[in-house]
Design a protein around this ligand. Structure first.
Ligand SMILES: Nc1ncnc2c1ncn2[C@@H]1O[C@H](COP(=O)(O)OP(=O)(O)OP(=O)(O)O)[C@@H](O)[C@H]1O
Ligand SMILES: O=P(O)(O)OC[C@H]1O[C@](O)(CO)[C@@H](O)[C@@H]1O
Ligand SMILES: [Mg+2]
Length: 458
């Protein structure tokens, strides 16, 4: 598993005027100092010849803090993503592989497609393989088959949900994976996955460096949960929030069509409640949004049951959106806690949607002066097993091209992603050090509370 060692190898700090700090990413020449460089083939590419300043300046960096004070420190910056004047791989030298890990996410196939097309059309690379379909994910590295990826093969995969390469959880065996990379002569590894996957990519990078291999390891952050820090948001999140509207709308129609109707919708979000929060804000038909970051309770003064009674009296119906990771502490009190984990070590959740629906029905069944009608909708996998929407598809294209430009320029040990809208290369340790969570003392959560008028349960 990734450990402090990752941070040690990964840390390249440069300081400048006014409290400027560059958290740089590793480069192949950090441990292979005499690598040759080649002119970037993009300079002869007609599509890009029109662009005046196409190559990113080597000193371009992106500020993590954009709300600043006149005399305040400039703070942390990351290396800006994009094509460099010089590359460290000749086109026919590149042997790239792509692997997808963890849960499905809208736009996964778009990232695959755009890595293949970017390598092929921008850099003239023709040797690209996908890590094994039958054993997707990290396990695929040490199974036998791989799939050859060409622009023709991937042409329309962005219109399909899921991943054409398959995915998996668990099975990360660093030395077996790097053996496979070495044996196959792979020298660029594109790892598409969430927080767990990026931890896996970090230890692969460390082992590659330890062996002194000329292999660029590039991470592309992926998860519908948006639980990855530093980047503005994870791809697929926008599509998931948009798709969740259908379930919330159905719950609202069911609820408003009967007296004391309650619609309950459970959305994904194992540790972070971003999908539930943004879907609630987008819908405006939700009366209560429950997320893992904001504890709540059912009984007594200020509890959920009291709020439901009040809302039904005022409005005759209501909608509750609950993230699947919310209320798990309450379940473990009342149900046999499974306490199990999935193959990657993520906690296995109990079905909080079913539990809370049962508890609400049970509570009001005993209250003879208020009969309710509750409909429970669980769209869980429907919001992620779909293609990316237009916005996510464009975002996936930029992510994929950032990764390709970075690897070709010899950067390694990085996750690419937008920081304040500018694509950057972020050291693995900054991505893996914590999970992005909803901050319930932030103004965005206050906006939610004021839109639902739910109790803060604090
Ligand atoms: N600390 C770690 N070190 C090495 N490999 C890891 C680590 N954590 C997770 N992995 C591997 O990364 C892969 C994906 O991890 P996981 O199943 O947690 O999904 P994820 O990447 O977090 O994506 P999502 O959150 O969208 O499901 C798995 O194969 C898992 O074994
Ligand atoms: O794909 P699995 O193993 O069913 O896990 C589902 C989990 O994956 C995610 O979709 C992404 O981490 C979570 O929102 C959800 O809890
Ligand atoms: Mg994860």
């Amino acid at each position: 598993m990734a450990d402090g060692g990752c941070a040690a190898i990964n840390t390249k700090i440069e300081e400048g005027e006014g409290g400027y700090i560059l958290e740089d990413v590793p480069h192949l020449t950090d441990y292979l100092p005499s690598l040759l460089t080649y002119p970037n083939p993009l300079q002869d590419n007609p599509a890009y010849s029109v662009v005046k300043q196409y190559f990113v300046d080597v000193d371009d960096t992106v500020a993590q803090k954009i709300v600043v004070h006149k005399n305040g420190d400039r703070g942390i910056h990351f290396r800006r993503a994009g094509p460099r004047q010089k590359v460290y791989f000749k086109s026919d030298e590149v042997h790239a592989c792509i692997v997808t890990c963890g849960g499905l996410c809208p736009g996964l196939n778009t990232v695959i497609r755009e890595i293949v097309c970017g390598l092929h059309y921008m850099y003239g690379v023709s040797k690209i393989i996908g890590i094994d379909v039958s054993h997707g994910g990290y396990m695929g590295f040490y199974s036998k088959n791989t799939v050859t990826l060409t622009p023709k093969v991937v042409n329309d995969i962005h219109k399909r949900g899921g991943t054409v390469l398959g995915t998996s959880r668990g099975g990360h065996d660093t030395s077996k994976i790097v053996d496979s990379i070495q044996d196959r002569g792979i020298n660029q590894v594109y790892v598409i996955g969430g927080d767990g996957t990026q931890k896996g990519a970090a230890v692969i990078y460390e082992e590659v460096r330890r062996r002194g291999l000329k292999v660029s390891v590039a991470g592309i952050p992926k998860t519908i949960d948006n639980d990855i820090p530093v980047i503005d948001r994870s791809f697929g999140f926008d599509t998931a929030v948009e798709e969740a509207q259908r379930a919330i709308n159905a719950a609202h129609v069911e609820a408003e069509s009967t007296e004391n109707g309650i619609g309950v919708v459970k959305l994904m979000g194992r540790y972070s409640g971003f999908i539930a929060m943004y879907a609630t804000l987008a819908s405006r038909d939700v009366d209560c949004c429950l997320i893992p970051e904001s504890p709540f309770f059912l009984e007594g003064k200020g509890g959920l049951f009291q709020f439901i009674r009040k809302r039904l009296k005022e409005n005759g119906h209501m909608v509750i959106v609950i993230a699947e990771g919310a209320g798990q502490d309450l379940l473990t009190e009342s149900m046999q806690s499974m306490g199990q984990q999935d193959a990657s070590g993520n906690k296995q959740l109990q079905d909080v949607g079913f539990w809370i629906s049962h508890r609400i029905k049970d509570h009001f069944a005993k209250e003879h002066n208020m009969a309710i009608t509750l409909k429970y909708i669980d769209p869980t996998y429907m919001i992620r097993a779909i293609p990316g929407n237009a916005s996510d598809n464009v975002y996936c294209t930029l992510l994929a091209q950032s990764a390709v430009h970075g690897a070709m320029a010899g950067y390694t040990g990085f996750t690419c992603g937008p920081v304040n809208g500018r694509h950057s290369y972020i050291p693995f340790n900054r991505i893996t050090e914590k999970q992005n969570k909803v901050v319930i003392t932030d103004r965005m959560w206050a906006r939610l509370l004021s839109s639902t008028n739910q109790p803060s349960f604090l």
